[in-house]
Design a protein around this ligand. Sequence first.
Ligand SMILES: O=P(O)(O)OC[C@H]1O[C@H](OP(=O)(O)OP(=O)(O)O)[C@H](O)[C@@H]1O
Ligand code: HPA
Ligand SMILES: [Mg+2]
Length: 183
Amino acid sequence: MDSSHMGNDLDHVLFTQDQIQERLERLGEQIWQDYEGKDLLLVGVLKGAVLVMADLMRTLPGTVPMDWMAISSYGSGTKSSGVVRILMDLREDITDKHVLIVEDIIDSGLTLNWIQGNLRSRGPASLEICTLLRKPEAAKVAIDCKYVGFDIPNEFVVGYGLDYDEKYRNLRDIGTLAPHVYS
Ligand SMILES: O=P(O)(O)OC[C@H]1O[C@H](OP(=O)(O)OP(=O)(O)O)[C@H](O)[C@@H]1O
Ligand code: HPA
Ligand SMILES: [Mg+2]
């Protein structure tokens, strides 16, 4: 879905699909250099990270495996409940692997804080994070994130995998919603 299909639900576009692809190319180059010769496993967090994973992994110039976890903390609202649940666990044993978590957004940081703790307890060789978006002003816990696509203001965003009440994930760009959508 293009931004032009959003009617008046879209307030403004923050990043176009081209800007997103361009940034992912750069992140992919950096990741490929950093993990040269290492047993890398990409771990995506469903559902938001689906599109980031799909596009990021295709920028890499060699083969790399992926696995997925499903976590829920937001429900249908726009604020993190802070209560994290595992809906689906990894299939892979990550012991001694170099794990790179792939996420769409770090907002309060509560989700990744919990995932990091959970995965660290399984004994990976290393554990790092790649997120497309981060909201520095919204942080409730500090997250050490090695690869960040864009820092954004503290506004609720949708598109490119990010939803509001399960809607707008298939918007190609990333943008903010008009206030009438929430009310
Ligand atoms: O830093 P936080 O405040 O914890 O927020 C970030 C998390 O919230 C969203 O996922 P959500 O739980 O809404 O599920 P989804 O990925 O299925 O949309 C997003 O994809 C991140 O995983
Ligand atoms: O800004 C956001 N948009 C969509 N989902 C989210 N999950 C955390 N923050 C956001
Ligand atoms: Mg998510």
